[in-house]
Design a protein around this ligand. Structure first.
Ligand SMILES: [Fe+2]
Ligand SMILES: [Fe+2]
Length: 271
């Protein structure tokens, strides 16, 4: 689908492309469902101040898909616009696979262990007993995984190394930083809840952490990392791989230790 070259809507669309996506969605709520068709979840994004043109760039859509999406967006904003129709409804976007650079692949692999741990959070919450030492220790062990593996080891590699190649003030990088900050706040509340023996508080923040991280990881795997990989040079990639090796040395057998921990939990909750 392509917008007619001589379209009188072109200038107006140019203006829309430079507006914040949240603002554009507020004006045209039906755009949220269209973006969802292309697996672009801007409606649910916590920051959502990216410009409309950024979301097109950041999501790296194939050119035909991008034209189809822009055509549908234009049709919502300018219902009378003459636009060629396209078969590309964005559904293929949801089924696409990703190829990462070797250092970024390491982060994707770490996500797999983090996802296995957060998948156990509903079981941990359901059986949680903060009145006993063992019950409290189970939550504290889960928090140790989150603090050591997910945060110190994994998030720190993102924040201190990978993200450093990009403008920290850009909307996309600050959105992911903000998720890390919110996640740390949930951890703080979980720890407070454990020491207060406040089951409701711990359950609330464990649940919120689970929800946040599920979306965060999906966005990193499918949006942030592919976009970053497209924008780092091969020299930077080599440098990043060397820095990740240094972190791995510093953390020793962290992967093996937490793999054993997650396996133990899976055995006790899923068997
Ligand atoms: Fe992250
Ligand atoms: Fe991550």
């Amino acid at each position: 689908m392509a917008i007619n070259e001589s379209s009188p809507y072109e200038e107006g669309m140019e203006e829309y492309m430079n507006r914040g996506i949240k603002d554009v969605i507020t004006e045209h709520p039906e755009l949220e469902a269209i973006l969802d068709d292309y697996d672009i979840g801007c409606g649910a994004c916590m920051v959502g101040t990216c410009l409309l043109k950024d979301i097109v760039d950041v999501h790296g859509l194939p050119s035909e898909t991008e034209r189809a999406l822009m055509g549908r967006i234009t049709k919502v904003i300018y219902p009378n616009a003459e636009i060629e129709t396209s078969e590309d409804d964005g559904k293929a976007q949801a089924e696409r696979t990703f190829a990462y650079s070797p250092p970024v692949q390491i982060l994707v692999d770490e996500h797999k262990l983090i996802k296995r741990l957060i998948a156990l959070i509903p079981c941990i919450t359901e059986s949680m007993d903060l009145t006993t030492e063992d019950g409290r220790q189970l939550v504290l062990d889960g928090v140790d995984f989150i603090k050591t593996y997910a945060d110190s080891f994994h998030h720190a590699k993102e924040e201190d190394l990978l993200f450093k190649y990009f403008d920290a003030d850009s909307e996309i990088v600050s959105a992911f930083h903000e998720d890390h900050r919110v996640a740390r706040n949930h951890v703080k509340n979980i720890l407070e809840g454990v020491s207060e023996k406040n089951r409701a508080k711990v359950a609330e923040h464990l649940g919120a952490y689970n929800e946040l991280l599920q979306v965060h990881i999906k966005r990193e795997d499918e949006i942030l990392y592919p976009w970053m990989d497209r924008n780092i040079s091969s020299e930077q990639e080599t440098e990043l791989a060397a820095s990740f090796d240094e972190v791995a040395d510093r953390f020793g057998d962290v992967n093996e230790r937490y793999e054993v921990f997650v396996q133990r939990l899976e055995k006790s909750f899923l068997n």
